[in-house]
Ligand binder design. Sequence first.
Ligand code: ADP
Ligand code: MG
Length: 283
Amino acid sequence: MDMINASKISYAYERMDEEGNAVERVAALRGVDMQVQPGEFIAVLGANGSGKSTFARQLNALIAPTEGTLYIDGMDTAKEENVPNVRRTTGMVFQNPDNQIIASVVEEDVGFGPENLGLECSKIWERVEESLKAVNMYAYRKAAPGKLSGGQKQRVAIAGIVAMRPKCIVLDEPTAMLDPKGRREVIRTCRALNEVEGVTIILITHYMEEAIYADRIYCMDKGQVRLCGTPKEIFSRPEELAAMQLDVPQATKLGYELKKAGVPVPEGILTAEELVEALCCFH
Ligand code: ADP
Ligand code: MG
């Protein structure tokens, strides 16, 4: 069964005036299709306002499609009775870790989710331990979240979600507020959860470099999916990406420039290592 099956979903926000009357409809999603298999790592790219966060909210049944259908692990998110199970299936991680961490000790914060699931005490601590280990933050279990770096806080927030054992984790620009080191830590964590634990990952990001490890990339523009494919396929189309105000990874850009200058490097180079390899073969 598909983990995610979105079929032509549209969504419009209603803008209200001071009296609460709807004065305008803002179309945020316009016929989005997405099929994701269990265990896939998907990156979603798109300029500001392209509808990424609106789509993420759909995946967690915070909002339901205005048109079209969305099934999460076989559950129609538009059906009220499915909402609790949909929310247990897809965990959400947001941009700002400070808004997601509530307790004053790391391990207590991670324990909130499993506690709310009604698990018994010993099971809660088991989950806290395994989740903190999964994000490589077990050594900080007694720390005060306020004392941690941005990347560490975000990993604690991710552990809090992992502790509820969702099949799928949706991360909406989880690295936007982090420094390069914090970004690397969080991305490494996402990859480990995917590869080791088999969790389906939907990573929404502004950083092209973070998308190169995805199985597939979806590019959104003005509420629609414009491109979908493997990182190699997507990043071999720099002009189309530029039209959506999207870039390509640095190594890809360099490879592309070299090719234009007559050096025969293959298309869709993603990392510095691949570029070096291509150039060595050529000599
Ligand atoms: P992204 O996450 O890609 O930046 P969003 O999903 O946040 O895009 O926004 C898509 C569109 O929906 C934008 O035009 C935005 O202004 C509009 N929008 C987002 N949230 C709301 C809201 N709560 N009320 C009204 N319009 C909204
Ligand atoms: Mg957003």
